[in-house]
Design a protein around this ligand. Structure first.
Ligand SMILES: [Zn+2]
Length: 416
């Protein structure tokens, strides 16, 4: 297994490169900055923020809701950070890692420590709501990856991938340096919250893997001798093509559909020792805890020689089923976050996150957080007409697994 879990269909991502359109957003920022100010300083007797008043006595105990300041087109980052913050197991494991690994002497700042600091700053805040500036985090992102350095519009999905893989890299490096040190002779030594089993070659399963990683099996069946060749591939998210008037369920169905390799596209069968017609398809071998579905709305159009945003209507259900070949029943998932892209093209626009927390849906628009009715989610499905004034679309969907599917086979990875 090479680098764990990039998107299984890495396609050239759009290079969104124009500043977020100023029209309207200026007003919004001023308004929300003002509301942020009120929320922060809550003047006089009424120190409750608008959001606290919206929750009333249903404000979840120990939960915090903070907007994130925008540092010039950093909405791609803010929306993804919020979705990850309200991905409870991810947040808890990150904070746990942070508590167990605080070593001030050799505290080297990296993206993981910056993220952990940001999350603990929010979760440990005395105030229940407000605004936080993820300045150090954003600076570190820009320092590490030059494609995020400009003030241009960025791709939130690309950022999510970068962030998760960066965290995994840091955890792997920490784990291997812990293994190299002479004191660590115990084969079962716990390191960074992930167990390292004796043999070093075994791929490390970090808490990022435990949350997001699934395994796909690519199967090719030779139509002449019926031999099946299977190859496993890990993923952190599924990037699916979108079709007009469809649903996430049908997009996933096409993603997993079989195709026939024939004519110029035959398959070399090792058993037949020749090119043969074959059937090829992908199946879920291990379903992830958190299923991230990326709708490929930014499509490269050859005739135009540029990316175009597809505003197709793609319904995303609140509950989703996924069939896994290693499990008895379908795995059931529940939607808890949607990163929405607002705007007509791939090179401009704005990202917000719609997130479910304690049975309430909230809208996170940079520094502004407000409660929304669940029905609002339907307004981001897209349009069944080619030209529509509605340019706000669900882009990245976060589903969490509900219930417990019994796994028939062990994962090939070292599982802690
Ligand atoms: Zn064959």
């Amino acid at each position: 297994m090479a680098k764990p879990a990039r998107s299984p269909t890495p396609e050239a991502s759009p290079a969104p490169e124009k500043p977020r359109s100023a029209s309207g957003s200026g007003l919004r920022s001023i308004a929300s900055a003002a509301s942020g100010w009120w929320d922060r300083w809550g003047v006089m007797g009424s120190s409750l923020s608008k959001l606290e008043r919206a929750f009333g006595d249903q404000f979840p105990e120990r939960e915090r809701y903070f907007g994130l300041e925008n540092f010039g087109n950093t909405c791609y980052c803010n929306s993804v950070l919020q979705a990850l913050y309200y991905c409870k197991p991810f947040r808890e494991q990150l904070l746990e890692y942070c508590t167990n690994n605080r070593n001030p002497e050799d505290a080297e700042e990296n993206l993981l420590t910056c993220l952990a600091d940001l999350f603990s700053q929010i979760s440990a805040s005395k105030k229940k709501t407000g605004v936080i500036a993820p300045k150090r985090f954003v600076q570190t992102v820009k320092k590490l990856n030059k494609s995020f350095r400009s003030y241009m519009h960025q791709d939130a999905h690309e950022f999510l991938n970068f962030l998760l893989n960066e965290i995994v890299d840091i955890l792997e490096k920490e784990s291997s340096s812990a293994n190299d040190s002479p004191e660590t002779t115990s084969p079962e030594k716990m390191s960074n919250g992930a167990a390292v089993h004796g043999i070093r070659k075994e791929p490390l399963v970090t808490w990022v893997h435990k949350n997001f990683q699934g395994i796909l099996t690519n199967e090719t069946r030779c139509l002449m001798c019926e031999t099946v060749t299977a190859k496993d591939e890990t993923f952190f998210d599924l990037s699916v093509d979108v079709e007009q008037n469809s649903s996430v369920t049908s997009c996933l169905k096409s993603f997993f559909s079989t195709e026939t390799l024939n004519a110029d596209d035959k398959f070399f069968c090792d058993k037949c020792c020749s090119l043969q017609e074959a059937e090829k398809g992908m199946k879920i071998k291990k379903a992830p805890q958190i299923l991230v579905v990326h709708l490929k709305r930014f499509k490269f159009i050859e005739q135009l020689n540029r990316h175009k945003k597809l505003s197709y209507r793609v319904v995303y259900p609140l509950e989703l089923k996924l069939n896994s070949i290693s499990e008895d029943a379908d795995c059931e998932y529940s939607l808890f976050a949607v990163v929405v892209h607002l705007g007509s093209g791939p090179n401009q626009g704005h990202y917000v996150a719609k997130i479910k927390s304690h049975d309430h849906w909230l809208s996170f628009d940079d520094d502004n957080v407000e409660m929304i009715p669940e029905s609002t989610l339907q307004t981001f499905y897209g349009s069944s007409r080619e030209y529509s004034s509605n340019t706000d679309h669900g882009y990245i969907l976060f589903y969490e697994r509900v219930g417990n599917c019994h796994e028939k086979t062990d994962s090939p990875n070292a599982e802690a």
